[in-house]
Design a protein around this ligand. Structure first.
Ligand code: FMN
Length: 463
């Protein structure tokens, strides 16, 4: 780039796609063409990528004459910059293509527009010059911003390192995202390898708990980030929603709604931008950290690396705590507050999907449902109220996957669901690797066996 240029890093807010950009090209015989662009994607200090979906004249012109200009705008202060471009080539695979494609597919899935915006390629341009235009206040990189981020990162790492317990680390981690990085609305979801879904374990910044809410892998921003293992940032949901309305397609028609099942994922009223960060450990998808903001452009291309570091460190800390399978030295004495009293609560277990209902209200399903059912049966048969993680891991009927079984995460979801259901059943963590069951009222258990088509699936699933 020329010496008079504004560095691309200094205008990150212009490169989030909040305000559409104008691209000017020119035919070989000098006829100009101007077209609208949704996003100018930052590739590196000298290159940007433009998404080739509907380009027609633009592509013809670029092939004949590689010179172009793009006008970008900063949504925070309306500053505008013009970039002189030289078209280099079109990519149809690779890191830049995958990042842009995941982003577009996530927006499409979230807004019910799958298949509408087919990404034919990304046009890579060298930025020869970037200059402010009009009344623009020249942007300067904020001095010391990097140092501030490093300080916050250090504190984030320190807080997580001080955690001794899985549940504590989920909460400390999400609160630290808010305190230190202003990420005030976050949901941590973990992957359930058995059901091709993610389940919410903890959240921060919402009025209600999200524990147990499910999202299918491949659906919506969260599901696509998980499927593609790509950080997905959507800078302006309002524009995506407007585009959807304009072409009159609903998410419902395309079946692209979140498959939250019985427990809906909480959502921020007036959400403007979202980010989903896949959490990878030992090259395996472990979960997704999902962030929302009521501000357009809150998560931009420049933030992706920081978000990946934040999510990566959180999941590493959780994995270490999950794998600490030592138990507290001695079994605790039965911590019952008093014997269960009053009218019995009817608990029904449906073998078909391992769901458990208490007093007619849905509590939980899947592996945590099986765990709850085991604990309640053990209680009725042997009056047991204390259990260990180890015995749950060794009980093959529970069908926990070998290796990374996410048992701590599943128990955390179960504890939260029971606490929120108000059904008189409480599961308390009473030391490392130990649990205590508390019953406020007597229980009566009944099981609905599976005889239909789900039988085979269940038999296979439960091993
Ligand atoms: C807000 C907005 C954003 C757009 N973004 C893109 C884009 O990123 N890539 C693309 O190929 N077309 C995009 N389009 C569509 C093109 O602007 C339009 O199809 C144009 O006619 C391209 O044709 P041309 O190359 O012949 O000028 C967008 C349209 C609008 C209204």
């Amino acid at each position: 780039m020329s010496e008079t240029s504004v560095p691309l890093e200094a205008i990150g807010d212009c490169l989030q796609g909040v305000i559409p950009s104008w691209l000017a090209t020119c035919s070989a015989d000098g006829v100009p063409n101007v077209t609208l662009l949704s996003i100018v994607h930052y590739v590196d200090q000298e290159r940007i990528a433009l998404t080739r979906q509907f380009f027609n004249k633009t592509s013809t012109n670029l092939n004949a004459n590689p010179q172009a200009q793009v006008l970008v705008a900063d949504p925070t202060n309306a500053d505008q910059y013009v970039m002189d471009l030289q078209f280099l080539h079109t990519e149809t695979e690779g890191a830049t293509f995958d990042a842009v494609a995941s982003n577009l597919d996530a927006i499409a899935s979230q807004t019910g527009m799958e298949g509408v915006f087919r990404l034919r390629g990304v046009d890579i341009h060298r930025v020869r010059r970037c200059v402010p235009v009009g009344e623009t206040i020249r942007a300067v990189p904020v001095r010391g911003a990097g140092t501030r981020t490093l300080g916050s990162l250090e504190e984030y790492v320190r807080r997580l390192a001080a955690c001794v317990d899985y549940a504590e680390a989920t909460q400390v981690g999400l609160v630290a995202l808010e305190d230190l990085f202003g990420l005030g609305h976050s949901i941590l979801l973990l992957a359930d390898q058995q059901s091709d879904a993610l389940f919410a374990v903890a959240s921060n910044g919402y009025g209600r708990s999200s524990a147990g809410a499910e999202v299918a892998i491949g659906v919506g921003v969260i599901g696509i980030a998980a499927q593609r293992r790509q950080v997905v940032c959507v800078a302006s949901l309002a524009r995506s929603r407007a585009m959807r309305d304009a072409i009159n397609l609903s998410a419902r028609e395309h079946g692209a709604e979140s498959s939250a099942g019985e427990i809906p994922l909480p959502g921020l009223d007036g959400v403007e931008s979202v980010a989903a960060i896949p959490l990878i450990v030992r090259n395996q998808l472990t979960g997704v950290l999902y962030l929302e903001s009521d501000r357009a452009g809150a998560f931009g291309s420049g933030d992706e690396r920081l978000l990946a570091v934040l999510g990566g460190h959180l999941v590493t800390a959780l994995t270490i705590l999950e794998q600490d399978q030592r138990e507290s030295p001695s079994p605790p004495s039965a911590p019952l507050a008093g014997p269960p009293a009053g009218e019995a609560t009817e608990i029904v277990y449906y073998q078909a999907d391992d769901s458990v209902f208490a007093g007619g209200e849905y509590v939980i399903k899947g592996v945590p449902g099986r765990i709850l059912w085991k604990l309640l049966n053990e209680y009725l048969a042997n009056e047991r109220t204390t259990f260990t993680n180890r015995e749950l891991r060794l009980d093959e009927r529970l069908g926990l996957p070998a290796g990374n079984d996410n048992l701590e995460a599943r128990l955390l979801v179960l504890r939260k669901r029971l606490a929120g259901a108000g059904c008189g059943i409480e599961l308390e963590r009473v030391g490392r690797g130990r649990l205590a069951l508390h019953l406020a009222r007597p229980i009566r258990l009944s099981e609905v066996q599976t005889s239909g088509p789900m039988r085979a699936a269940h038999t296979q699933d439960a091993g």
